[in-house]
Design a protein around this ligand. Structure first.
Ligand code: G3P
Ligand code: CA
Length: 254
């Protein structure tokens, strides 16, 4: 019918470096982000956690156990204490000891040369990081320059970000197996993030018809390559990739 809305999809899928180039250096470290930036990705993905004294650091897990030599929750450490704890050695070519970077250090490193795709979350179940995040991004003029996308599994967090910075594009994330097409279509956000196993032709087409982009993440490294090739055929708009070289290859960028 002539009521049909033209799908509004990205000109070209975005390559989002998931926690930096985590296949070549410890995830979420300055070095991992430098490698990704050097690969000319479209965005650097940064997971945020907040220290006891309110600093924002790049860290995926709630605790530092998996990625550093320390133990315990990020929110139990002051910044000065957490900066003393080295990351574990994951790669044999690692010549220097890496530490957990603050978001500020990441922004100081790349300033306005990169796009930042930042994930917020609740801190001990309450809104906490949104104001300092927006303030920091404004200090670097990144919102004004359209160099930031903010993503979250928490709609409360996205709503708070929207109040503080209405011009920032937002991504609502759905955890693996928790995707709801109805909820995603109703959500007033331009981007929807979902796990690869939830990406079907119907889900992608219906979201495109709503004018939304679909950004896919991959929880399973074992199946990621196969899944990237599959979702590529469904015309997804963004890849939170754990292997930048592979994603570039299937998108025929190299
Ligand atoms: O942010 C996209 C994707 O990273 C969401 O899952 O657990 O890897 O942060 P997670
Ligand atoms: Ca993330």
């Amino acid at each position: 019918s002539n009521c049909e809305v033209e799908p509004m999809v990205a000109d070209f899928p975005k390559i989002i470096a998931h926690r930096g180039a985590n296949d070549r250096f410890n995830e979420s470290t300055i070095s991992a982000y430098k490698i990704a930036a050097n690969d000319d990705v479209d965005a650097l993905e940064v997971d945020l956690r907040m220290t006891k004294d309110g600093s924002l650091v790049a860290m995926h897990d709630k605790t530092i156990d998996r990625t550093t030599n320390g133990t315990g929750e990020v929110s139990h450490y002051n910044l000065e204490e957490i900066k003393e704890i080295p990351t574990i050695e994951v790669f044999s070519n690692q010549s220097t000891v890496a530490v957990i970077p603050t978001l500020k250090e990441i922004l100081d490193t790349f300033t306005d040369t990169e796009h930042y795709y930042i994930e917020t979350r609740l801190v001990n179940d309450v809104l906490a990081m949104e104001e300092s995040l927006v303030q920091l991004l404004n200090e670097y003029d990144l919102i004004e320059k359209k160099l930031v996308t903010i993503q979250s599994f928490s709609q409360d967090s996205l709503e708070r970000i929207h109040e503080l910075a209405p011009e920032v594009p937002l991504t609502l994330l759905f955890g693996k197996g928790k995707f709801s097409l109805k909820e995603a279509k109703m959500a007033d956000y331009p981007f929807i993030g979902m796990e690869a196993s939830d990406v079907t032709l119907k889900n992608v087409n219906e979201l495109h018809r709503q004018g939304k982009e679909v950004h896919v993440f991959f929880n399973d490294l074992e199946t990621e390559k196969k899944e990237q090739e599959r979702v590529k055929l469904l015309n997804v708009d963004g890849y939170f990739t754990n292997d930048i070289g592979f994603t570039k290859k299937i998108l025929q960028l190299e």
